[in-house]
Ligand binder design. Structure first.
Ligand code: GLN
Length: 484
């Protein structure tokens, strides 16, 4: 059963070839069998899942099911789930049972999707390797000595090892696309504001966006249909109507122009990955696409700009964890200052502290203009570069990451090396653009991801182009041998 995509399993459920309870039991059994090796889950919600599956079966029998009714999924542990621990990979939230559901969670639940559990992640989504979690590193199903990417690495590993059909993730600087690329699956980050951030633990509010980790673009479309749409509880949620993503995939191929940012093919790009990307572009040429070189003038400044803006927002967002209202609280405290200092000192890991310190520094009176304001100006220039490019081409394509998966521990002592993993993904976040990563080959036996970036709100077209690529290729069907 687990070799079938979400879309195929939806057909099986609708035709009653399998029941939601059978499907849920099957995937729960795989989690039991494999998760000790991968550490992809922080929490497995077995009893709730079986209860939800039973409800889904009733709904399927009554004929009022949606395509997601009875489909086993998992949520990144950054989404609040009522009555279930929501840790965000941090000790400071290790004891936090959310009293409410994130909008993403309630929408998927209302559609009948069955939550099997919450997935492991970099602490507060800060990282590119899923190693900074309080619950330990997640392992890559293709090679347990390697990272699955991050910060949505638990979701990526769970989908790649076929422990769930699809999972949610969040992408602030690449955290859906980068782990999708390193784990050999499809990762989709919509336009900023397309999916509500309500109930999603905030990292950098002007960049955070929820999306999907699935095997195919077709599966992403099915999940997006439910997740997307205005939400009055998120003031940045877009009011634009939600298009029919899945029907868009079925529309005939049209001629497209693809821009290839030549600055994405820099010295840092692994040769095997570059070759896989070039081969992927040839597939589009065969489909009749025109390929053009484009130059994004300021995109090389993405990483420094991002680490100023994201850290500034993080330092503000994370000030709410003070030991007073919820989460971890230090013991044997004499006064309020000590409560704050010890709670935060004990509760946050090293990377989170580094971001809070950097963010507080760039926002401080003496440095605000030099760093924060300057970064905001360059952010606008980067956005303008993309807007200019999209006046000329329909999509931008290139590598998702500079290299395939790297070793556990390899970059933990060198934050700059870690930050550079997102050099090709961060631009789309700074500009709020939709982007996805699809498997497009292998380098040294490890999966390589092709990144596709579209103009604002171009999700239907973007998913369609990715879908046509997956009709022409079979990279997305490859599965690590141990998890076949
Ligand atoms: N790796 C980037 C960071 O550490 C992006 C993380 C993300 O997208 N959540 O900030």
């Amino acid at each position: 059963m687990h070799d079938r995509t979400l879309a195929l399993l939806a057909d099986d459920l609708a035709a009653r070839r399998v029941s939601a309870v059978e499907l849920t039991e099957h995937f729960l059994q795989r989690i039991e069998q494999f998760d000790a090796q991968l550490n992809a889950f922080v929490t497995v919600t077995r009893d709730e899942a079986l209860a939800q599956a039973a409800v889904a079966d009733k709904r399927l029998a009554a004929g009022n099911a949606t395509p997601l009714t009875g489909i086993p999924i998992a949520h990144k542990d950054i989404f609040c789930t009522q009555g279930v621990k929501t840790s965000c990979g941090s000790k400071i939230l290790d004891n936090f049972i959310s009293p409410y559901d994130a909008t993403v969670v309630s929408r998927l639940r209302d559609a009948g999707a069955v939550m099997l559990g919450k997935t492991n992640m970099d602490e507060f989504a800060m990282g590119s390797s899923s190693e900074t979690s309080f619950y330990g590193a997640v392992r890559n199903p293709w090679d347990h000595e390697l990272v699955p990417g991050g910060s949505s690495g638990g979701s990526a590993a769970a989908v790649a090892a076929r422990m769930v059909c699809g999972a949610t993730g969040t992408d602030t600087g690449g955290s859906i696309r980068q782990p999708a690329s390193l784990s050999g699956i499809t990762g989709f980050k919509p336009t900023y504001g397309r999916v509500s951030r309500y109930g999603m633990v905030a990292f950098a509010s002007s960049l955070d966006q929820a999306g999907t980790l699935t095997r195919t673009a077709e599966d992403a479309a099915l999940m997006m249909q439910v997740m997307a749409g205005f939400d009055e509880r998120d003031s940045t949620a877009l009011t634009d109507p939600v298009p029919a993503f899945s029907s868009a995939l079925e529309t005939p191929w049209q001629t497209i122009t693809i821009g290839v940012p030549e600055n994405f093919f820099d010295d840092g790009l692994d040769e095997g990955s570059a070759q896989a990307i070039r081969d992927a572009l040839r597939v589009f040429e065969r489909l009749g696409a025109t390929i053009k070189d484009v130059h994004l003038e300021h995109v090389h400044l993405s990483v420094p700009v991002y680490y100023v803006v994201a850290s500034a927002e993080a330092s503000s967002n994370l000030s709410r964890f003070d030991g007073v209202r919820y989460g971890h609280r230090a013991e044997n405290i004499d006064n309020l200052t000590e409560l704050y200092m010890r709670t935060r000192g004990e509760g946050f890991g090293a990377e989170v502290k580094r971001r809070i310190l950097t963010g507080t520094y760039v926002l401080s009176a003496g440095y605000y203009d030099a760093y924060y304001l300057q970064a905001q100006k360059v952010r606008q220039l980067i956005s303008d570069d993309f807007a200019r490019a999209f006046a000329d081409v329909d999509f931008l394509m290139g590598p998702t990451t500079p290299t395939p998966a790297f070793g556990i521990g390899q970059k933990m002592d060198d934050p700059i090396q870690m930050y550079l993993n997102d050099i090709y993904t961060i631009g789309a976040n700074l500009a709020g653009l939709p982007a996805l990563s699809v498997p497009c080959g292998f380098s040294g036996g490890l999966p390589v991801g092709l990144q596709l970036i579209g103009a604002h709100l171009s999700e239907p077209a973007l998913l369609k182009v990715a879908h046509y690529f997956q009709l022409e290729t079979d990279w997305h069907t490859r599965v690590p041998a141990a998890y076949a």
